[in-house]
Design a protein around this ligand. Structure first.
Ligand code: NDP
Length: 265
């Protein structure tokens, strides 16, 4: 980054850019769901003019959030202390799973609109830089008490969310047989059951929201707080659309199931 800017200024500028992106996503989601997955076909033509293979799209769009912190960490490796390693590792663990394991396991051949993929590439690159820069250069984690209840509690919530997210994504995968996936994946949607789906329609989103809330509690900086807020807004709005989708499609849909947050929303 250019000389003349303090690390705090860089973090705040990046948070400002991210917040504008978050507000835009929120406003768009008020009117229609972001066009990918089950909403691709019903989206306006101009948004879905160029579609790409969705496995490739997930790898390309998510991997900057794995590689960018990796490069930051390698460059600064001699100065990093344990809390920084732990926070960066948690972030990279999530994005390694999302970039390289999740796309290979998914059972959907719904094409991904190029514009949505481009927006996700922007988000993951921007967020990868923001989180890495803030953890390594902006906050002095070397004086952080490793055993503080914030740090441990936050990491525990992150781990809980990670497990819920992976379990829910797995349950969704099981709703489609490999034969259906080979045919094109859009053989229809079924009612998800088990795990946190007992309480919410978007258990995978609930898991991810918990992850980044936990991360923000452990990291306690403005960048992590922004990311937790972004996940809540983006996945919360999309989860509400999913909930409406299920209620419209299935007359027998469980009435006591909430959309994203158990017992609340
Ligand atoms: P969805 O729940 O929309 O879809 C996940 C996968 O399961 C897709 O392959 C989808 O197929 C399939 N699927 C979903 N519901 C059903 C059903 N009822 N019956 C059969 N198949 C189903 O999740 P997203 O694609 O939006 O997100 C995937 C992951 O990425 C999630 O874990 C999410 O938390 C994470 N994510 C995180 C974001 C963040 O801001 N941190 C932003 C976006 C995603 P199809 O593609 O055909 O719909």
């Amino acid at each position: 980054f250019g000389d003349g800017y303090s690390n705090e200024e860089i973090t705040f500028s990046l948070v400002r850019i991210g917040t504008i992106f978050m507000v835009l996503q929120f406003l768009i989601s008020l009117f229609r769901p972001v066009p990918y997955g089950r909403y691709t076909e019903e989206s306006p033509r101009f948004l879905t003019l160029f579609n790409i293979n969705n496995r490739l799209a997930w790898i390309v769009q998510e991997c900057p959030a794995f590689f960018i912190p990796l490069v930051f960490a390698v460059q600064a490796r001699k100065e990093l202390c344990l809390p920084q390693w732990i926070l960066l590792s948690a972030f990279m663990l999530h994005y390694f799973q999302r970039s390289f394991i999740y796309p290979l396991l998914m059972r959907s051949n719904n094409a991904s609109p190029f514009l949505s993929t481009l927006a996700a590439v922007f988000f993951c690159s921007h967020n990868g830089i923001l989180q890495s820069h803030t953890i390594i250069y902006t906050v002095n984690y070397c004086e952080t008490e490793l055993m503080s209840s914030w740090f441990i509690g936050g990491l525990a919530l992150f781990a809980f969310g990670f497990v819920v997210n992976i379990d829910a994504d797995h349950r969704l995968r099981l709703l489609r047989s490999s034969k259906e996936s080979a045919k094109g994946g859009k053989s229809g949607y079924k009612i998800p059951h088990g795990g946190l789906f007992r309480f919410v329609s978007a258990a995978n989103y609930f898991g991810e929201i918990c992850e980044w809330a936990g991360y923000a509690i452990a990291a306690r900086n403005i960048a992590a707080l922004y990311f937790a807020a972004f996940s809540l807004v983006f996945l919360g709005m999309r989860g509400l659309h999913h909930h409406r989708f299920y209620q419209t499609k299935f007359k027998e849909y469980p009435r006591n199931r909430k959309a994203v947050i158990p017992f609340i929303l």
